[in-house]
Design a binder for this molecule. Structure first.
Ligand code: AMP
Ligand code: ZN
Length: 138
């Protein structure tokens, strides 16, 4: 199913042009128009899924292998030292386009700055409570 007013549906389906790195029956991989680093790419499923929670399991099972394939090509083709996979779910998490996508962001020596957090602290009681809150929903 594609969504008529979804820009990533249109790009994945070839209705709007994009710099395409890879395409198969399930996915199109494009270069991000607002890259965090040179070669920043997005894996787009051709079907519309709002986010990871909605993603079809069979399609989702192919995403990591595809990310590895693109990442390997980035390392040998662009000479990046590594890459990050970033996948945002929900506005609070920074998702701006409501069509599942996986970012593949090449990392070069010296940059770019990426998400970093200062480790907080926890204790056994708090960990146990969190385990209960999440596992009750599984
Ligand atoms: P997110 O914040 O995870 O939803 O990421 C959306 C990403 O899509 C951003 O990095 C944008 O730069 C990128 N983006 C938005 N529109 C386009 C477009 N038409 N072509 C390529 N990348 C896009
Ligand atoms: Zn869509």
């Amino acid at each position: 199913m594609v969504k008529d007013d979804c820009i990533f549906c249109k790009i994945a389906g070839g209705k709007i042009p994009a710099a395409t790195l890879y395409e198969d029956e399930d996915f199109r991989v494009i270069l991000d128009l607002g890259p965090a680093s040179r070669g920043h790419a997005l894996i787009l499923p051709k079907e519309h899924y709002q986010d990871l929670c909605e993603l079809d399991e069979a399609v989702g099972a192919k995403v990591l292998a595809l990310a590895a394939k693109i990442g390997r090509a980035m390392k040998s083709g662009l000479g990046c030292a590594g890459f990050n996979l970033v996948q945002n779910n929900g506005e609070a998490a920074g998702q701006t386009v409501k069509h599942f996508h996986m970012h593949i962001i090449p990392r070069y020596e010296g940059g770019p700055e990426m998400v970093v957090w200062k480790p907080g602290s926890s204790d056994a009681g708090e960990l146990e409570k969190i385990v209960e809150e999440i596992t009750a929903q599984l």
